[in-house]
Design a protein around this ligand. Structure first.
Ligand code: CTP
Ligand code: CA
Length: 220
């Protein structure tokens, strides 16, 4: 996307991206997490910035460099991510790539939980806010709302259901049964109301570039 304005098709647009896992604290030294590396979300933020967009990247705990030209906000928990997303609005497009923890510990223990007695402590969980669904229903809903669907089985049917249930325009369906999470490559199907498009397996940077091209076409 180097060169003149014609090569910066997202110029003047604000793109909001969530990426990475969330960490849900149990006590001062322990948390619940998942295998997301943040690579796909960071690649999308980088590609959107390269296409000329103003990009806000709300990131869970990851070990990645901030892409050039990207405004990064670091968070830990799903609740913090939800608040950061709301604060970043309005946006023309939101791409929710984060692997948000579905549950958090019901009560945060202010002191480290000790091994007392013989029985291990029972971990009680409570559901986290659904950031994508809340954004879809909000008054500040971005014009184009893109979700990801991480599935280990029934990829396309589950992704179609997710698109409708959450009120997203597009779902990028992502088979995470192999080593996709944390890996360099991704194999995705773009699920839209008008139908599905399955892309060949490719580097996460190329998935990002192709998705950003679709986004630019849609917002044009
Ligand atoms: N998502 C979100 N907030 C949550 C959970 C998910 O914003 N609390 C977003 C993810 O960023 C992704 C999409 O919703 O864009 C789908 O996430 P996924 O985990 O695949 O779907 P869930 O609805 O959580 O369903 P499940 O994990 O049970 O398959
Ligand atoms: Ca989930």
């Amino acid at each position: 996307f180097d060169g003149g304005p014609a090569h910066r098709p997202l110029y003047g647009k604000h793109v909001l991206v969530t990426a990475g896992p969330t960490h849900e604290p149990i006590d001062p030294v322990r948390y619940i997490a998942n295998r997301s590396s943040g690579r796909q979300g960071f690649a999308i933020a980088a590609a959107a910035a390269a296409a000329g967009a103003r990009v806000t990247l709300v990131s869970g705990p990851v070990t990645l460099e901030t892409p050039p030209g990207v405004d990064r906000i670091d968070v830990e928990s799903a609740q913090e991510m939800a608040a950061a997303v709301e604060a970043a609005l309005p946006a023309d497009c939101a791409v929710m790539v984060a692997a948000v923890a579905d549950w958090r510990a019901k009560g945060y223990e202010a002191q480290k939980i000790k091994k007392r007695g013989s029985a291990p402590p029972a971990l009680m969980l409570t559901e986290n806010p659904d950031i994508l669904a809340a954004l879809a229903a909000s008054e500040q809903r971005p014009r184009l709302l893109v979700g990801f669907a991480a599935e280990t089985e029934n990829l396309i049917p589950n992704a179609r259901k997710k698109r409708e249930k959450k009120g997203a325009d597009w779902i990028v369906a992502n088979d995470v049964s192999g080593d996709t999470m944390g890996g360099a490559d991704n194999q995705v199907t773009l699920v839209r109301e008008s139908g599905e498009e399955t892309w060949a397996p490719m580097a996460k940077e190329l998935v990002a570039k192709q998705l950003v091209e679709r986004i630019a076409d849609e917002l044009a």
